[in-house]
Structures are given as structure tokens and as C-alpha cells.
Design a protein around this ligand. Structure first.
Ligand SMILES: Nc1nc2c(ncn2[C@@H]2O[C@H](COP(=O)(O)OP(=O)(O)OP(=O)(O)O)[C@@H](O)[C@H]2O)c(=O)[nH]1
Length: 556
């Protein structure tokens, strides 16, 4: 006896543990999914496609036209066809610089790191740079066997340059260039960006070699480039035209002049949210942003982690206190608030907060949660809370849809109605709570015996039914008899019933019905059969019109 109680206790605690786990998962499952997805977004450095998509949309809204203060001198197809293939003798660049004397600054967007075969031409270029006085050169970072390596211009050019700056743009996950760094360098971010160095507002460039060279490329001051609107772009002169000009060139007077390659085949054209752009134009856009104060600031990695983690954590903490019916509204409100934060920070403070993916995760999670809840509520509305079988509403709906065949077609329907014998006496003897236990066990017997295509339901106080669409008479009768026999086999003590145990009587009807099939008729037939079973001594199955199972020996 003790062993049985222990087994029952362990079964019960397993059942409770399972249900506690399910309830916990229902309460916290979706917020945990939100948290896990947020961590994935953090690992993605907050630049998922949805964030980039929002960023591009905002940039487009905020974009201003290209500045007239910047002019591009393009090494274009025409210049190449007239001046010969690349690289050109460096005296040509020296001559070009002499034509650009009216320019406020010249950004020579070319990497001149190797000495030319004629050393005199390098010196000629250095002299031209000195004559001009406002020529800026780029430093690039190269990957040398897995380690970053600074590639600076020739020392004679470095000495002649007004300033140096790094070309340090970052490709986003979609391969587009949107951001650059105000400072970067090997070991420490000591160099200004090339795009901002030409404004002369950043600190003076340090000659290469004078800084500590630690492993690793260091960066600071990440900024998003606000690309200009429209397709016009910066005023552009062909390199060969500038070289061939005599006298002052009006277009460059007092302007910042970028000299760079615009020919696609020379590997200096990149994808941007606006269009494919030569590197020189991307630099010019970054310079314009710095000039107009419209560069968009971003958060560094630590702040970004907190920015994304905090709302997800808050949702995890607050979620259990939100009523299930309000989760959808609160979640949608929170997602909208996150988006508004992003938009406001962008327009009011020129700050990019990548919160769009988190907003989307939240939105999808509350939608999924509300769909799951709806399904659960629907299931609860159709389930009998005491026994776990279908309730009367579920039975009526299944009955109606099983009977209503299209085009007057007919199909067999099996229906059995079960009533516990002398149940009132059981309640009177053992109490209502014990009666409830019996009802629960009858429910389990029905669920075990009911085929998958059928429905087991509690249709009244101690009245149950099994509906079996498409069942033949043999199958239906077998199901009915197995329910009766299985309940009898449980041998639940019931001193006031025949045989001293709980038994049931069952009425069965099985026949073909069509569109005109009458639910009530079928039900009355089964009920009459049940009544016959009761009248005939209980604990038996009675088929409408005839008895198929003799009175059980237990009831005899
Ligand atoms: N414990 C419990 N009893 C219920 C529930 N619903 C109905 N009953 C009881 O079921 C009993 C049904 O009694 P009767 O309709 O007189 O039928 P019976 O005693 O089973 O007699 P026969 O059907 O003729 O064998 C009543 O005492 C109801 O109170 C319920 O949810 N829980």
C-alpha cells in the first residue's frame, strides 16, 4: 500500500513539475527568446539589415545637396586615353598641383608609397606640394600576413605635405560603405581621417615611425557619412583638362579639391547606399559632413551592448506583470517607442541608435505570443476543465461539422453516450471530491479508447460521449465495449453499485447520415439505447435497436 502511495506521489510530483515548467515557459519563454535574439543582434554589432535599412531611410530624409565647396579633379577615362596608362610620371601630378594654386586645399587621393624609377620626379612632386602649401596625402592600412601595416607616402612627400590622414572606411554586413573613423592608426588612433585632415581642423599629422607600433589597428570616433541627396554630385573636372588649362581655373578658386581615380576598372569604386561611388567621392562626402557638422555619431561597442541589452532585460522583468490580454498592446507600444528613440536621436542629436532590429524582435515576439495565447484560450474554451476531454460546446461543433456533408453525400457516423451507474449513490457515499476523481478517471478511459479521428467529450454532469465520424458499426461497438470493460477493470470501489465497483452503461448508434442528417435524431437514438442499457441492468453496451453485449459478469 505504501509503495502504491509513493508511486502515486512521484507520478503526481512529475505531473506537477511538468505543468510548472510549462506555465513558467508560457510566462517567460518569449521574453527569453527576445533576449537571445538581442544577444545575436549585439554580436552583429547592432548593424543588422533592418537597422541598416532604417539608417539609409533616415539618411535619405536628412540628406542635403552636394556642397559647392568641394571640386573633384577626376582621373577618368578621357585622361587615361590621352595621358597613357596608369601609373603616370609623377611630374604630371606636380604640374597639376601648379594649376590648382587657387584651391583652399588639395586632397591628393593617391597612394604614392614606392619611389618612382626616376627619383627626380618624386622630388619634383614634393617641390610642387611645397609651392602649393595646402596639399594633403593619405595613409592606408594594408594586411601584411594577417597583421595591419601602415602604408605612408614617400618621406619627401610626407615632409612636403600640409597634413596626412588615414583612409579608414568600414564595410557593413551588406558590403556597403557608410562609416569611417575620425582617428585611427597602428597601435593608437593618432592619425586624423584623410577626409577631415583636409579641413585643417584636426591635429597636425605625426610623421610615420614616430609612434609606438603595437600590433593591431586602433580606431576612435566612428561616424556615419550623410551622403548627399540627388544624383548631381560634386562639380567634376577632368584631370587632363586641368593639366592643359592656362591661367586661373575659376571652378577651383577657394575650394577644397579632391584629386582621385573615378574609373571603375582601377579598383577604387565602392558600393554605398546611394550608388556605386569612387573612393574620392566617398571622401568628399565625409569632408562635406565634417564641414557642415552633419556627420552622424555612433555608440562604441560597450554602450551599444547596454543600449540593446537594457530594453530586452526590462522586457524580461516586466513581462510577467503584464496581463496576457495586454501583452500585444504593450509590446507594440514598446517597439514603437524604440523606433521613435532611433528617429529622434538621429534628427535631434545626429546620433545613430540601432534599435530597429530590437523593435522588430519585440513586435514579432508579442505577435507570436498573442497567437499562441489565442490558440490556448480557444483550446481551453473547448476543453472540460475537470476531465481534460472535450466539453459540450466542442462536442456540438464537432457533431455539426461531422454531419454536414457537402452535396448531400452520406457517410457513417458512430456515436456512443456513456453514463456512470448509480453515481449519485457514489457521491452520497464518498463525497463530491471523490466523485470528481471518478469523473477524471472515466475521462482518461475515454481518451485512451477513442481513436485519433474521434472525439471524446463530457456532455453533462456524469454523461460522456464518443463521436466517431466514418466509423463502421463493428469499430464503434468495439470502442464502446472497450470503454465499458476498461472502466470495469479499474475496479473502483462502489459498494452501492452492482458488483461493488464503478461501472457505466453505454448507448450506441451507428449509421450513415447526409446533409439532411439530423443531429438531434442521432442523439435521441443513442440516448434511448442508453436508457435501455440502464433499464436492462446497467454495466452494458446497448446498440440502438438491439443489445450487442450481454450484461457483464461483474454486474450479475
Ligand atoms: N462529483 C460530481 N458529481 C457530479 C458532477 N456532475 C453531476 N454530478 C452528480 O451526478 C449524479 C447523477 O445522478 P443521477 O442523474 O441521479 O444518476 P445516477 O445516480 O448515476 O443513476 P443512474 O444514471 O440511473 O445510474 C448527481 O448526484 C450529480 O450531483 C460533477 O461534476 N462532480
Amino acid at each position: 500500500m505504501r509503495l502504491i502511495i509513493m508511486r502515486l506521489n512521484s507520478k503526481r510530483s512529475r505531473y506537477l513539475a511538468k505543468h510548472r515548467t510549462l506555465a513558467w515557459l508560457r510566462r517567460h519563454g518569449m521574453p527569453i527568446v527576445v533576449m537571445l535574439l538581442t544577444i545575436a543582434v549585439i554580436l552583429h554589432q547592432g548593424s543588422t539589415r533592418i537597422d541598416l535599412w532604417l539608417l539609409d531611410g533616415l539618411s535619405e530624409l536628412k540628406a542635403s545637396p552636394s556642397s559647392d565647396d568641394i571640386v573633384i579633379v577626376a582621373i577618368d577615362e578621357r585622361s587615361l586615353s590621352q595621358l597613357g596608362s596608369w601609373p603616370w610620371p609623377r611630374e604630371l601630378h606636380a604640374h597639376l598641383l601648379d594649376r590648382l594654386h587657387g584651391a583652399r586645399a588639395v586632397a591628393l587621393d593617391l597612394i604614392i608609397a614606392d619611389p618612382s624609377p626616376q627619383p627626380e620626379s618624386d622630388l619634383e612632386l614634393a617641390r610642387a606640394m611645397r609651392r602649393h602649401g595646402h596639399v594633403y596625402l593619405p595613409i592606408v592600412v594594408e594586411n601584411a600576413e594577417g597583421k595591419p601595416k601602415e602604408v605612408a607616402p614617400l618621406p619627401a612627400l610626407v615632409a612636403a605635405a600640409k597634413g596626412l590622414g588615414t583612409l579608414d572606411f568600414e564595410r557593413d554586413s551588406d558590403g556597403l560603405i557608410r562609416r569611417f573613423y575620425l582617428h585611427s592608426g597602428l597601435g593608437a588612433p593618432v592619425w586624423p581621417a584623410f577626409a577631415t585632415s583636409v579641413l585643417g581642423t584636426t591635429r597636425k599629422a605625426v610623421p610615420p615611425g614616430s609612434m609606438a607600433t603595437l600590433d593591431g589597428w586602433a580606431r576612435s570616433g566612428e561616424r556615419q557619412i550623410p551622403y548627399f541627396s540627388g544624383k548631381v554630385g560634386y562639380p567634376t573636372l577632368s584631370y587632363v583638362d586641368v593639366l592643359g588649362s592656362t591661367g586661373n581655373i575659376d571652378a577651383i578658386q577657394g575650394k577644397i579639391v579632391y584629386v582621385g581615380v573615378t574609373v571603375r576598372g582601377m579598383g577604387d569604386v565602392y558600393r554605398t547606399p546611394v550608388s556605386d561611388m569612387p573612393g574620392v567621392v566617398i571622401n568628399a562626402a565625409a569632408t562635406q559632413g565634417a564641414m557642415e557638422g552633419s556627420l552622424i555619431k555612433t555608440l562604441d561597442a560597450d554602450w551599444l551592448t547596454w543600449l540593446l541589452l537594457c530594453p530586452a532585460l526590462l522586457w524580461l522583468l516586466v513581462h510577467p506583470f503584464i496581463r496576457p490580454t495586454s501583452v500585444l498592446a504593450v509590446g507594440c507600444g514598446a517597439a514603437l517607442a524604440l523606433l521613435l528613440c532611433s528617429v529622434t536621436a538621429y534628427f535631434a542629436f545626429r546620433f545613430w541608435l540601432p534599435l530597429a532590429s530590437l523593435a522588430l524582435i519585440l513586435l514579432v515576439s508579442v505577435l507570436v505570443e498573442s497567437i499562441i495565447d489565442q490558440q490556448r484560450f480557444k483550446k481551453l474554451a473547448l476543453t472540460d476543465a475537470l476531465t481534460g476531454v472535450g466539453n459540450r460546446l466542442c462536442f456540438n461543433e464537432s457533431f455539426r461539422s461531422a454531419i454536414n456533408m457537402p452535396n448531400g453525400r452520406q457517410r457513417p457516423i458512430g456515436l456512443m453516450i456513456l453514463d456512470i451507474d448509480n453515481f449519485k449513490l457514489y457521491n452520497d457515499h464518498f463525497g463530491h471530491a471523490a466523485g470528481d476523481d471518478v469523473l477524471r478517471r472515466v475521462g482518461s478511459v475515454l481518451l485512451a479508447a477513442c481513436p485519433r479521428k474521434g472525439l471524446a467529450a463530457r456532455i453533462g454532469g456524469e454523461e460522456f460521449a464518443i463521436l466517431l465520424p466514418g466509423a463502421g458499426k463493428g469499430e464503434m461497438n468495439a470502442v464502446a465495449e472497450s470503454v465499458r470493460a476498461n472502466l470495469e477493470a479499474l475496479r473502483i470501489p462502489h459498494p452501492a453499485n452492482g458488483g461493488g465497483i464503478v461501472t457505466c452503461s453505454v448507448g450506441v448508434v451507428c449509421r450513415a447520415v447526409g446533409a439532411e442528417g439530423n443531429q438531434r435524431e442521432l442523439f435521441v437514438e443513442a440516448d434511448e439505447a442508453l436508457y435501455e442499457a440502464k433499464k436492462n441492468g446497467r454495466n452494458q453496451v446497448r446498440v440502438a435497436g438491439r443489445t450487442i453485449v450481454p450484461v457483464s459478469p461483474a454486474a450479475a
